[in-house]
Design a protein around this ligand. Structure first.
Ligand code: HPA
Ligand code: ZN
Length: 334
């Protein structure tokens, strides 16, 4: 591995935009399909990988929801989460705030508790075995009605302490944040923080709605903010974090070429951008691969890499004291 790539791998990092269902590697998908006697529409692991050619978000989502069908038992959700955390350990990702999509599972008859208990146990074990800290974020599927999100919120209440925030994901265009104002208000009233996907495929106005109506603490993706210069100024002034996912943006054709990606331009302008992997099993890489893809295409400097890592902790939901400790450790690498 070239020296700078090794540096990027060793850099302590936090991951803030990761869908656990999107970390389901074809090998584990096959194994779980066998274990649960589910027939996959693919003959081999190679055939699964070959199907991962997407021209937009919806193309991907169709395959992503299909893949999630193999997840049935608490052990399956544990194994899924644990496999992701092993990758984090290998890449020196020291803190994670993953998403899960309960509706993808409860709509198939899997109890909410089965999903969250499996995930939670793996997160606990990663703290003990790898020293990786974590908070869990529950996402609502925006292609479904707000009433369904409200039902999900009710199902989550017995597990309130295992969740730090709610988010909003799935098909963006035509499903603006304003449709979810009530359920997000209810989530905040229950003490949860809020985040939302916005400005991935949808317009800059969806970012504004997420901030103003859903009172989010971070914007997931947000790369289309550049279409509204006033909004960019606002993001800088308020230091609103953007959890950017470079390889995802490339695979879903948000940018045609990594050399056209705006992440380092936003970083230099003072926007609190972070690097994340989104759905690594589908988009070709975890945290280090995302850092490397940006570094190689856009000539990232060591100072920029350290700033991106520092942003990842600052944009996290960790307590102020923990953030200060990570900042000190990262500044020592400069
Ligand atoms: N965007 C929206 N929904 C998603 C994504 C994404 O990148 N990944 C998984 N669900
Ligand atoms: Zn996402």
């Amino acid at each position: 591995m070239p020296e700078f790539h090794h540096f990027l791998n060793q850099l302590p990092k936090a991951e803030l935009h990761l869908h656990l269902e999107g970390s389901l590697e074809p090998e584990l998908m096959f194994k779980l399909a066998q274990r649960n006697q589910i027939t996959l529409p693919f003959d081999s692991i190679e055939a699964i990988r070959a199907a991962y050619e997407f021209s937009n978000l919806q193309d991907f989502l169709d395959i992503y929801y299909q893949g999630a069908n193999v997840l049935q038992t608490e052990q399956d959700f544990y194994d899924l989460t644990w496999a992701y955390l092993e990758r984090c350990y290998q890449q020196n990702v020291r803190h994670v705030e993953p998403f899960f999509d309960p509706q993808t599972h409860t709509d198939r008859g899997i109890p909410f508790g089965t999903v969250i208990n499996g995930i939670h146990q793996a997160l606990q074990d990663a703290k003990t075995k790898f020293g990786i800290s974590s908070y869990l974020i529950m996402c609502f599927l925006r292609h479904l009605p707000e009433t369904a999100a409200l039902t999900t919120l009710e199902q989550a209440l017995p597990y309130k302490d295992k969740i730090i925030a709610v988010g909003l994901d799935s098909s963006e265009k035509g499903f603006p944040p304003e449709l979810f104002e009530r359920v997000f208000a209810k989530a905040r009233a229950e003490g949860w923080l809020t985040v939302a996907h916005a400005g991935e495929e949808g317009p800059a106005d969806y970012i504004k709605q997420a901030i103003e109506l859903l009172k989010v603490k971070r914007i997931d993706h947000g790369v289309r903010c550049v279409e509204d210069p006033q909004l960019v100024e606002h993001l800088i002034q308020t230091q609103m974090p953007l959890t950017v996912c470079p390889l995802s943006n490339l695979k879903l054709c948000v940018f045609k070429d990594m050399r056209e990606h705006n992440i380092l331009e936003l970083l230099e302008r003072g926007v609190k951008v972070t690097i994340n992997s989104d759905d690594p099993a589908y988009f070709g890489g975890y945290m280090t691969e995302n850092f490397i893809a940006v570094a190689d295409a856009l000539s990232m400097t060591k100072t920029q890499a350290i700033q991106l890592a520092q942003n990842s902790f600052e944009a996290s939901f960790l307590p102020t004291a923990a953030k200060a400790t990570w900042k000190q450790q990262l500044q020592a690498l400069a």
